[in-house]
Design a binder for this molecule. Structure first.
Ligand SMILES: *Cc1c(COP(=O)(O)O)cnc(C)c1O
Length: 361
């Protein structure tokens, strides 16, 4: 068996020990005589899986008791509608910061349901930085401010949260959840598609403060109402059972093998530093993001020459470094170095880039 180093932005690499465990349990989960794929979501054995997944997420992220954890479907993209339908309901206003494609999609969707305003944007420079916004930029009567914490396509991240004053903060944390500790209490709501740092595709995690549940617009479909899922422990309908099971294994990996989120952050910082240090000193490659807003998870870079970019991607793929092509809207390359990418994968990629640089400059 030969596994590649997979730098995909999502769905993305999973820890090898998680895949091995899932394979070992495929035909017979803990003596149940069934695969987790096959069992009833109402069974006792499955109930212990979903409960343990939630318990581990709460423990690892230190989620306060007055927050609900919801396991939903529909991707982060469904949250672009669910957030306004459930939260833009006091004054019908919400402020958005546009830091890339996902934030912009969230804003456009919210605009369908109320008075959404884009209070800042970094589109002028291809979203290569995080706009610095102070409290006065936000409408004091906005129901919430929405940010995209880590911008998967452009490779920027909020190292510091914007000060929104008394306006509740909502964040899309799809591509940085579990990458380092985060103070959940600073947010009204956090959401994440699981396929970047948690599990395969099919699961969306929502962490929402209890007092933001139960005020949905009348037009809200039952399935889009947080209350529906909060009242039914994410079991109103069939949840994405198998994906939740893999998420549980990933959480066990973070807790037991990595040693928690502080440790995870250390490893992620080490990996990112390896790559950024190389880019900063390279004669051929350069990063596309301002240094102070660089993501720990997604690292876009270019050679400045499209043909050379294509040659690099082709040769890297042949050498076992796959999915390095940049997003179609940015070009160049992007290395997504999520939690499950081992340090060794980044070290080897950097060695490969050095070699490519010597041969091509
Ligand atoms: C991938 C991604 C999305 C879209 O997620 P889906 O689950 O495909 O809807 C939204 N926001 C961010 C930050 C992402 O990285």
């Amino acid at each position: 068996m030969s596994r590649v180093y997979n730098f995909s932005a999502g769905p993305s690499v999973l820890p090898e020990s998680v895949l091995t465990k899932a394979a070992a349990e495929m035909l017979d989960y803990e003596g149940s005589g069934q695969s987790v794929m096959e069992m009833s979501h109402r069974s006792k054995v499955y109930d212990s899986i979903i409960k343990e997944a939630e318990r581990l997420l709460r423990e690892i992220m230190q989620i306060p008791d007055n927050y609900k954890v919801l396991f939903l479907q529909g991707g982060a993209s469904s949250q672009f509608a669910m957030v306004p339908m459930n939260l833009m309901t006091k004054n019908g206003k919400a402020d958005y910061i546009l830091t890339g494609q996902w934030a912009t999609k969230a804003f456009k969707e919210a605009s369908r349901y109320g008075d959404a305003v884009a209070v800042a944007s970094s589109k002028d420079k291809t979203f290569s930085y995080i706009p610095k916004v102070d409290k006065s930029a936000f409408r004091p009567d906005a129901d919430y401010v929405h940010i995209c914490m880590n911008n998967t396509i452009y490779g920027t991240v909020y190292h510091e949260l914007p000060d929104t004053g008394d306006v509740p903060l909502v964040a899309d944390i799809s591509s940085c959840i579990l990458s380092k500790p985060i103070d959940v209490s600073k947010f009204a709501l956090l959401y994440a598609g699981a396929q970047k740092n948690m599990a395969p595709a099919g699961l969306t995690v929502v962490i929402v403060r209890e007092d933001f549940i139960g005020n949905a617009m009348d037009i809200t479909p039952t399935m889009f109402n947080y209350k529906t899922h909060a009242d039914n422990d994410s079991m109103f309908n069939t949840p994405p059972c198998y994906t939740i099971y893999i998420a549980k294994l990933v959480l066990e990996w973070i807790k037991n093998e990595v040693g928690g989120l502080e440790k995870m952050q250390e490893i992620n910082e080490k990996k990112a530093a390896l790559l950024y240090d190389f880019l900063d000193n390279s004669k051929l490659f350069k990063g596309t993001v301002v240094p102070e807003d660089r993501s720990l998870m997604n690292v876009p870079f270019v050679t400045g020459n499209e043909e050379l970019d294509a040659k690099f991607v082709k040769e890297a793929t042949a050498a076992g470094f796959v999915n390095l092509k940049g997003h179609r809207t940015v070009g160049g390359m992007r290395a997504s170095i999520y939690n499950a990418m081992p340090v060794e994968g980044v070290e080897k990629l950097v060695a490969f880039m050095k070699d490519f640089e010597e041969k091509n400059s």
